[in-house]
Design a protein around this ligand. Structure first.
Ligand code: NAD
Ligand code: UDP
Length: 363
């Protein structure tokens, strides 16, 4: 099977390559300017990597030739960090919509199966979040179902929704090419994949505000308080990256089931508020370091305005219905949050933690 993978050097791409490249059925044409997470694969003869963006001069011609040879095109290329959505809205809209438009057209022209990574943020906020009281009593008002749930976003001035809106338009373009030109497609809506190699640690191998896992990890390793945005009551479901990759592999193995469908990929049993996640992470770090003082590591409150700037608005709850993936792919995630955190945080500790004495955290 020949695959084109755009954005193959990121968090999900790196784990996907780990899985695909141990199996000699797969040949890959990959694009990503950042190869730090996939260095182990750079000499693999079954990976033909272009260290460039899909916007680089001449890249589209090269991509078209690869698409013409390919069985499947996977798109992972994106700007997908919430700290960017309200601060760099044009870059976010371009990366998640306009840069992908020519790729979708090429897949359509060559009738190639496009597997595109969207986001659970296309659902936006739940209906329940707009109701006054007891809002989460009725699952019909908050559960996210791929083919029925309406997609609700906040006002334009809340630029948090640039990402969700661009992703939604990309989904609609893909669906339109399927409807008008019979392009086979699969849309994946990921719900908070956690695992080694996610994002970066500010001050070590990147700058800025990464996603919540790396934010909390940085605070723990640097001896700074974990910051809870707007009370930490937003809820997320967290899934192991390995079980998410299992789902992608099942899609590749069962094209007749996967094609022309949208799938939520998440673990509904691992739901936490961000306040609960912060507490779970400090307790897990106490176990990893053998230092009980982390059980009481400081947690502080911060407003979204101070943390992200103007135009941030949060998704309140993301409870996926994953019965379609279970029914069609035979996929059901099982790893509990405790296990996901232990594996992920051990990786970060081993790769990034500095000598704790420099932070006054020695037990
Ligand atoms: P990531 O940021 O780790 O990886 C994205 C990769 O795309 C990066 O390596 C980046 O260098 C590359 N890239 C960006 N623009 C590019 C371009 N123009 N040309 C080529 N490469 C480019 O993100 P990720 O977590 O691996 O996410 C992958 C996909 O899944 C994205 O589409 C994202 O929106 C979606 N997603 C992920 C999650 C999650 O939990 N990780 C949640 C929701 C959606
Ligand atoms: N968050 C937080 N503290 C941080 C970073 C993020 O409380 O240091 C919150 C953020 O406001 C959101 C949740 O954690 O409610 C998840 O944020 P993330 O950046 O991981 O992305 P999202 O799940 O929204 O895509």
């Amino acid at each position: 099977m020949r695959l084109v993978i755009l954005g193959c050097g990121g968090f999900i791409g790196s784990h996907l390559l780990d899985r695909l490249l141990v199996d000699d059925r797969f040949e890959i044409d990959g694009w990503d300017p950042d190869v730090r997470k996939i260095e182990a694969h750079l000499n693999n003869p079954r990976l033909r990597l272009r260290r460039s963006t899909i916007r680089a001069p001449g890249a589209l011609e090269d991509i078209e030739a690869a698409i013409a040879r390919a069985d499947v095109v996977l798109n992972l290329a994106a700007i997908c960090n919430p700290a960017d959505y309200n601060k760099r809205p044009l870059a976010v809209i371009n990366a998640n919509l306009f840069d992908l438009h020519p790729i979708i057209e090429l897949c359509s022209a060559h009738r190639r199966w496009l597997i595109s990574f969207s986001t659970s943020e296309v659902y936006g906020r739940t209906i329940a979040s707009y109701l006054p009281a007891n809002k989460y009593d009725d699952p019909a008002l908050y559960e996210l179902r791929e083919d029925d749930t309406p997609l609700i976003m906040g006002p334009i001035r809340n630029q948090r929704w640039t990402y969700a809106c661009a992703k939604q338009m990309t989904e609609r373009l893909i669906y339109a090419h399927h409807a008008e030109h019979e392009m086979p497609f699969t849309i994946i809506r990921p719900l908070n994949f956690f695992g080694p190699k996610m994002d970066y640690i500010p001050g070590r191998d990147g700058e800025g505000v990464p996603r919540v896992l790396a934010c909390f990890m940085t605070a723990l390793m640097d001896g700074k308080p974990l910051q809870l945005v707007d009370g930490g009551q937003a809820r997320r479901t967290i899934i192991s990256i390995h079980e998410a990759i299992d789902a992608i592999m099942l899609m590749l193995e069962r094209p007749e089931k996967a094609q022309n469908n949208i799938f939520n990929i998440g673990n509904r049993n691992n739901e936490v508020t961000m306040a609960e996640l912060a507490d779970a992470m400090r307790r897990t770090y106490a176990v990893i370091t053998g230092s009980p003082r982390y059980n009481d590591h400081p947690i502080v409150h911060v407003s979204a305005l101070d943390f992200y700037g103007t135009g941030y608005e949060d998704c309140d709850r993301r409870m996926p219905d994953t019965s379609k993936a279970e029914r069609l792919l035979g996929w059901r995630p099982k790893r509990p949050l405790s296990e996901v955190l232990l594996e992920t945080m051990t990786y970060y500790h081993q790769h990034y933690a500095r000598d704790e004495r420099t932070h006054g955290l020695q037990p």
